[in-house]
Design a protein around this ligand. Structure first.
Ligand code: PLP
Length: 301
């Protein structure tokens, strides 16, 4: 998959003499996050190799990974089962755009309470699922495992060696781990955490060997999937200025963080940055439904 690096022109970038490109992984598919495809690629090959017929995975109501697994599962002839956090969604998933999309791809749901959902990594819980759904291949929440990291090692290409800094949004850390493994030693990788709390670095360390990376953890806007009017105005403004649509959970917060670091002279003049647009655009519709209820500004699409 060859993906465009789109140059971005903004007054703050020319003032500080920083070059910024956005790697348009979001263009891999209009609805499904680019990085989620990458994370599924080798897992699907493995699932076929072990002759599984079903994919089971886990996620919240707006999960990009749930949408991607449903779509890729259908494309590859697997049944898909989504273990979804929140029993309250049971008769109501039809009005949730992510779950409605996943169901349209054939995904079957199992709604579980938040307490049960917490067991998602426990061997007994996974065994109970594979007993119930035979011939199944289980993908962890967010899709992160060794094979997912291997898929994300294909995000950077040899042409990207012209960049000094590579930026990416971080959830479970699988995507950035792949990027770190394929970056040159003279490049530095910066992850922008979508989560509050400093536990991510350990998760990433499990998958990488080099040390040329860092997590910025102050651009989460209150925590995972939390948004403010400021963030929404920022996303809308970037869309006007660059024609790039950012998502509110990952890439909007990353680009906000990058431009804030530029403003604060974090990068030396002349630095060439590439920021990976991982996608996530399927989540905008559901987020706008929430914003409407809370009488907050909406994300322009
Ligand atoms: C899942 C996701 C991420 C984070 O990927 P991880 O591998 O979980 O760190 C970033 N951006 C988008 C759009 C995503 O859907």
């Amino acid at each position: 998959m060859k993906v465009l690096n789109q140059p971005v022109q903004l007054p703050i970038l020319s003032e500080k003499r920083i070059s910024l490109h956005i790697k348009r992984e979001d263009q891999i598919h209009p609805f499904v996050s680019g990085n989620k495809f990458r994370k599924l690629k080798y897992n699907i090959i493995e699932a076929k190799r072990v002759k599984a017929t079903k994919l089971i995975t886990f996620g919240g109501a707006f999960s990009n990974h749930i949408a991607a697994t449903a779509y890729a599962g259908k494309e590859n002839g697997f049944k898909t089962i989504g273990v979804i956090r929140g029993e309250e969604l049971k008769g109501k998933w039809q009005i949730n755009p992510t779950l409605a999309f996943a169901n349209k791809q054939g995904m079957e749901f199992m709604f579980v309470s938040r307490e049960v959902y917490k067991q998602k990594q426990l061997p007994q819980f996974i065994a109970s699922l594979t007993n119930e759904f035979n011939n199944s291949y289980v993908l962890p929440e967010g899709g992160t495992n060794d094979l997912a990291v291997k898929g994300c090692e294909e995000i950077l290409t040899p042409e990207d060696s012209e960049f000094n800094v590579i930026c990416c949004a971080v959830g479970t850390g699988g995507t950035i781990a792949g990027i770190i493994n394929s970056a040159n030693e003279n490049q530095s990788v910066i992850g922008f955490s979508a989560l509050k709390g400093g536990f991510l670095s350990q998760d990433i360390c499990k998958f990488v060997h080099s040390k040329n990376w860092k997590i910025q953890d102050i651009y989460h806007f209150g925590g995972y999937a939390k948004v403010t009017s400021e963030l929404i105005h920022f996303i809308n403004k970037i869309k006007e200025q660059t024609n790039v649509q950012l998502d509110p959970i990952y890439t909007g917060k990353m680009i906000y963080g990058i431009l804030d670091l530029v403003r604060r002279d974090y990068f030396m003049p002349g630095t060439k940055i590439v920021a990976v647009h991982t996608g996530g655009l399927q989540g905008i519709e559901g987020m706008n439904d929430l914003l409407k209820k809370r009488k907050l500004p909406l994300i322009n699409e």
